[in-house]
Design a protein around this ligand. Structure first.
Ligand SMILES: [Zn+2]
Length: 312
């Protein structure tokens, strides 16, 4: 059942967060919807332009629609992650998206405002929610690649003017998280002083955290034990940071890297341990089960388990 993101954020603000999970494949959509239904937890299913190119936008939407029939108690919304104007307009025109992100965060302030407002003006006519971004996250995800020197924390003194000028509905901020598997290599973590000031300046306004994966070191070690070569020792966002971020107005936490690391771990171990096998459905089933378990734990961490009962 589709619920408006606006309703999600009004209910969760300050208490729990909505997991916004990037999907590329059928296995991930099964794992996500199955876990959402089992945990009775609300969630956002989101797609980047790269995911839409990989599977085809219609294919992803058709699989999500099928999942909502198979797991008919799941409560969710559909979101476009990291769109440009043309992606956002395409998503709005499809009539299938409840929410879009316009990512003009790499532009200067005025240009970011102009581009964001253009999307907001169209989206609001169709009752579509808009997430914008201020500040620049470092890291690598899909076709985004920003080195640490080019990253820029969100300036709290800009947030009120940005939200007022664009009329966006939620704001993604750069407060120390980064995209990809090599987060916090300098060990700096989330800058709560910045997050706190943003919350004070935008009371009750939903804040979004990109790069919210935990990067499980046990999974990284297991990948490397089966022939992988991932760098070790770059931790993700800790459970304590997640809890603290929720109390500071973070309503949506993006999760992508963790589900990819999980995929690599399941498949590497499977083919390493049974090199004589070649059938995709055996590791595919293992991945779906592992994904479900991973999401059940994530919903608990975000305190979202059971919260779908708030939406009828
Ligand atoms: Zn992101």
């Amino acid at each position: 059942m589709i619920i408006s993101p606006k309703e999600f954020y009004e209910k969760c603000y300050g208490n729990y967060a909505i997991a916004a999970v990037n999907v590329f494949t059928m296995e991930q959509i099964h794992g996500l919807f199955r876990a959402g239904e089992k945990a009775n937890a609300p969630f956002l299913v989101q797609m980047t332009p790269v995911a839409r190119n990989y599977a085809h936008p219609d294919m992803l939407l058709a699989m999500i629609e099928a999942a909502s029939k198979i797991y008919h108690k799941a409560k969710y919304a559909i979101h476009l992650d990291h769109g440009t104007e043309s992606h956002a307009f395409d998503a709005i025109d499809s009539g299938k998206y409840n929410s879009v992100m316009i990512d003009a965060s790499h532009d200067d302030f005025q240009q970011n405002v102009r581009r964001t407002k253009l999307v907001v003006d169209k989206a609001h006519k169709y009752n579509v929610f808009v997430e914008a971004e201020l500040g620049v996250l470092s890291g690598v995800e899909d076709d985004i690649s920003i080195d640490e020197k080019s990253a820029k924390y969100t300036q709290p003194n800009e947030v009120e003017q940005f939200v007022e000028s664009t009329n966006c509905d939620s704001l993604a901020v750069a407060v120390g998280t980064s995209h990809g598997a090599y987060k916090f290599s300098g060990g700096q973590g989330i800058q709560f002083n910045i997050l706190e000031e943003i919350q004070q300046r935008l009371p009750n306004f939903p804040i979004v955290l990109h790069g919210g994966s935990a990067v499980n070191q046990e999974d990284v070690n297991r990948i490397n034990a089966c022939g992988g070569a991932l760098s070790q020792g770059a931790s993700g966002v800790s459970p304590n940071e997640i809890k603290k971020a929720i109390s500071h107005g973070v309503c949506k936490i993006n999760i992508a890297t963790d589900t990819r690391i999980l995929w690599a771990r399941v498949n590497r171990e499977f083919f390493w341990n049974t090199p004589e096998l070649f059938d995709p459905i055996i590791p595919g089933k293992e991945y779906m089960d592992a994904y479900e378990q991973f999401m059940l734990e994530k919903f608990d961490l975000l305190r979202a388990t059971g919260k779908a009962a708030q939406f009828i």
